[in-house]
Design a protein around this ligand. Structure first.
Ligand SMILES: NC(=O)c1ccc[n+]([C@@H]2O[C@H](COP(=O)([O-])OP(=O)(O)OC[C@H]3O[C@@H](n4cnc5c(N)ncnc54)[C@H](O)[C@@H]3O)[C@@H](O)[C@H]2O)c1
Ligand SMILES: [Zn+2]
Length: 663
């Protein structure tokens, strides 16, 4: 064997192991599934040609990753394997022919949507749900019963004696995935790359309260122990009868043509489904044939995944601009020759940081592959080096802040502007402060903030509360009325609760959820200021990074001055101040929300909970009100059929006696 093949092989093993770690352990992949599958394919090619070189560390020798979290582990009674994958009809035909070659007669097949989520196994003993476990390395998974129990479509009790073990895919509805990612971006966290990583990440959280807020759902797709019939398809119907949620698009077919045609059908429906699918799964239906076909270390030989290739397009990288965020991090953003991908025009793509640019080895003027999948920020996948003309230019990181010309320092992979008075930082922090989840100051949007900063009206966040409205009324495009409206919404913002104030201050790594955890724990800013790093870390959900950030920020002189000023204007820095706002207006009432309302769903959820009500994701007889927005979903029909009262947004406000401004 060629020395160069061995080198290539070892490189691939290392590379794929690295990507496995990013994907399975960190839930934060850095390449697309398609690229991963191509690397993997090459690895398998080499291994089948030169079986003597197969390394025990090769990713082909194991499923997923052994559990590494703090969760308890669970041994699976029936191994949870992966699926071999195909990307085109030819590869699928190979699978079909292999199956037929190894059986004496032609089996039937079941074609199912491949849900983009995370596999779990559920164990019931005498009808009671005992354990929910992740796949892990296929042999041992993690005990996620606490989170699984928050999934409303999983029955906690079923009418079955003895043992029943079923398997399913936990997923996030598309809308929920978007919401979580928006929130993450807002809180300065990287968005999840795909719904699967989001679902897996959520399942592995220690605190079930967070999972409960994320509206996970599940489709059950097989039964491991406690089978009732001779075929997979009949057992799926049996599971349905027991109350499990089985995907309605699963179809039994008899021929290769019908397999292809149902895969095509699923592909056409893909965009309309409320959950992400990344392909189809094709399974031999008869259990006896499944057994005859058996399995490899990694996959069953009786099933295969057909995956939709991602939408990749090439375009030209015209320029790279540098944006400065509120923490001073300077992010390179690719300016692209506009290109149509997955139904939208893409003009920008993220380049993350310098390491990413080095990894891609990308230059200005390069032709690049851009990928956009789902709601994810478009990404440059690779450079078409063959197209280089020699005129491409290196991307140079600015030595000074591109906005304020201030000093820049490299912290880990990021360049950061060190100037505390940098106007880009100031603008970004004021925009954050006034944003909806923070102080919700209407009329103080991005454009206005930029203008006020440039005019010198705002030199600090606190200046919002000393703005001169007479001067503002004289500005072009303003006038008395809009100046007055702005004044009113700034005045109103003084009523925001302590958690929102803390979040609004934009301490690095402190999102709205963390802010809430901290304010619930410490009750007021004085106690929070006295907290040591150890004390902070001891709080559930607060890690060392957050703790250090909070600790050091609260010792920063400028930050303390800001707090003092804001206090003097009457902003809330303790929970006690909030009490007067608590109301029990909706106590005991159960709400369901469907369709698009004028504000994000989460806004109504918070408002209802604040007023003592409850929000659930599905309609039942116990539901008191269904709030109906535009394009309502099936929940609306269900409400009508159950006779549950439906109200629109206006009626909801009537119910709580006015708009939210009061609460
Ligand atoms: N981007 C990366 O860096 C990276 C790294 C590692 C793995 N991956 C991706 O993950 C794949 C391997 O992951 P995997 O082992 O989970 O395989 P897989 O996701 O390709 O297929 C197996 C999984 O499909 C899911 N599934 C969904 N619907 C199903 C249904 N109806 N019936 C049966 N199963 C269903 C189950 O969770 C099952 O475990 C790779 O092919 C690659 O695409 C990507
Ligand atoms: Zn700067």
């Amino acid at each position: 064997m060629d020395e160069s093949i061995l080198k290539e092989y070892q490189k691939l093993v290392d590379e794929i192991n690295y990507h496995d770690y990013r994907y399975y352990v960190l839930n934060d992949p850095v390449i697309s599934d398609y690229e991963y599958d191509q690397l993997y394919k090459r690895l398998k090619e080499i291994e089948s040609k030169y079986p003597e070189i197969i390394s025990p560390y090769s990713p082909t020798q194991r499923v997923g990753y052994a559990p590494v979290s703090n969760l308890k582990t669970v041994k699976h009674e029936v191994k949870m394997l992966s699926l071999d994958n195909t990307y085109n009809e030819g590869e699928l035909k190979d699978f079909y022919n292999r199956v037929l070659k190894n059986l004496e007669s032609v089996p039937s097949f079941v074609v199912e949507p491949k849900i983009d989520g995370a596999a779990v196994s559920l164990t019931y003993e005498d009808g009671i749900l005992q354990i929910g476990a992740t796949r892990g390395d296929g042999v041992t998974g993690e005990d996620v019963t606490h989170n699984v129990k928050t999934i409303k479509s999983i029955p906690l009790k079923i009418a079955v004696k003895g043992k029943l073990v079923v398997r399913g895919e936990v997923f996030l509805p598309k809308s929920e995935f978007e919401r979580i990612n928006d929130e993450r971006v807002k809180n300065g966290l990287e968005p999840f790359a795909n719904p699967r990583n989001a679902a897996a990440g959520t399942l592995k959280l220690l605190d079930p309260r967070i999972a409960a807020q994320r509206n996970l759902d599940i489709f059950i797709y097989s039964v491991d122990i406690g089978r009732k019939h001779d075929t997979h398809f009949d057992d799926l119907n049996y599971l349905k009868g027991l109350g499990f949620k089985v995907n309605p698009l699963i179809k039994k077919v008899e021929s290769f043509e019908d397999i292809i045609s149902h895969i095509e059908n699923l592909g056409k429906m893909r965009d309309e489904l409320d959950y992400e699918i990344d392909g189809a799964v094709i399974k031999v239906n008869e259990y006896s044939y499944q057994e005859q076909l058996g399995e490899t270390i990694k996959y069953p030989r009786w099933a295969v995944a057909f995956k939709y290739p991602p939408e990749l397009k090439t375009t030209v990288l015209k320029d790279v601009i540098f944006q400065v965020g509120r923490t001073g991090i300077i992010t390179p953003v690719a300016v692209l020759e506009p290109v149509h991908i997955s139904g939208s025009v893409v003009k920008r793509a993220t380049l993350h940081n310098e390491d990413e640019i080095r990894r891609l080895d990308v230059k200005i003027g390069d032709t690049v592959f851009v990928e956009k999948s789902g709601e994810i920020i478009p990404k440059i996948i690779k450079v078409v080096k063959e197209k280089r003309t020699g005129k491409e230019k290196e991307i140079v990181f600015p030595e000074k802040c591109p906005v304020c010309n201030g000093l820049v320092r490299k912290e880990n992979a990021y360049y950061v502007c060190l100037n505390p008075d940098c106007s880009a930082k100031l603008k970004a922090s004021i925009i954050h402060f006034a944003s909806r989840d923070a102080m919700d100051i209407k009329g103080l949007g991005e454009a206005i903030v930029e203008r006020f900063v440039d005019l010198g009206f705002l030199k600090s966040i606190a200046d919002i509360y000393t703005l001169d409205f007479e001067k503002i009324a004289l500005l072009d495009g303003f006038g008395k009325k809009s100046a007055e409206n702005l004044k009113k919404s700034i005045e109103d913002s003084k009523n925001r609760s302590f958690d929102r104030v803390l979040y609004a201050l934009g301490i690095r790594h402190v999102g709205i959820k963390t802010a809430r955890i901290l304010t619930n724990h410490f009750k007021n800013i004085e106690k929070l200021q006295k907290a040591t790093i150890e004390e902070l870390v001891s709080i559930d959900e607060v890690g060392e990074i957050i703790a250090k950030s909070v600790y050091y920020t609260l010792r920063d002189e400028n930050f303390l001055k800001l707090i003092e000023r804001l206090k003097s204007y009457g902003l809330k820095f303790s929970m006690e101040d909030d009490k007067e706002n608590k109301s029990e207006k909706l106590k005991g009432l159960k709400f369901v929300i469907t369709g698009t309302l004028s504000k994000p769903r989460n806004y109504y959820v918070e408002l209802i909970e604040k007023l003592g009500g409850e929000v659930s994701s599905s309609v039942s007889k116990k539901t008191d009100y269904v709030i109906v927005g535009e394009d309502p979903g099936s929940k609306y029909n269900k409400a009508i059929s159950l006779g549950v009262k439906t109200i629109n947004e206006e009626e909801f406000y009537k119910l709580i006696g006015g708009t939210d401004e009061k609460y």
